[in-house]
Design a protein around this ligand. Structure first.
Ligand SMILES: [Zn+2]
Length: 181
């Protein structure tokens, strides 16, 4: 389903590193492109038409120059962890819609696992928490992954900003490869 052009949001990347900086409006993106402060990275496939020209509608653009931005650390939350991990279990890889022995998994079948359990001093931190299915969470209990014979399939990271995690969760697929959360 096509998004109306005036509601198009554009992902802005930093120069040279292509780190995501912000989600901006289409007019602002066009402005950056036309003033040659940014370059087109991905297009939506649609066009803005004027009397004489057709201007491709951007989905992702990058600044020409690198700008130094202090990193804001996202506030930890259970919901943030589940969104960051896209409801994929860090231990067995099942996700929403996965068929297990007795059911098709839904959002409710996932929880936030503390890699170092809270009972052993593990904190509510981005790097100590990940999405896990209830089976794995239960199996692991209050053990460390290696004690339970379980392996992390990736290393939990601090998202760049909570804002981008939310934006990308509802953003077009074309954005995903530019965002590592
Ligand atoms: Zn699992």
């Amino acid at each position: 389903m096509a998004v109306p052009i005036n509601q198009t949001r554009v992902l802005l990347l930093n120069g040279s590193t292509w780190e995501p900086l912000a989600v901006i409006s289409l007019p602002r993106a066009i402005n950056l492109l036309v003033s040659e402060k940014a370059v087109m990275v991905e297009q939506t496939g649609e066009f803005l038409r004027t009397v004489k020209t057709r201007f491709p509608v951007p989905s992702v653009i990058a600044l020409r120059r690198y700008i130094n931005v202090p990193r804001r650390q996202a506030h930890w939350s259970r919901r943030g962890v589940l969104t960051r991990d896209n409801y994929v279990c860090i231990y067995c890889g099942v996700t929403i819609g996965s068929q297990t022995r007795d059911k098709v998994l839904a959002k409710d079948d996932f929880t936030v696992d503390h890699i170092v359990p809270r009972s052993r001093g593990g904190k509510d931190q981005w790097t100590n928490t990940a999405c896990a299915c209830y089976n794995c969470n239960h199996r692991k209990g209050s053990r460390l992954p290696h004690e339970a014979g379980m392996k992390l399939q990736w290393e939990p990271k601090i998202p760049r900003t909570s804002y981008l995690v939310i934006a990308v969760g509802s953003g077009p697929d074309a954005w995903r490869r530019y965002i590592e959360v």
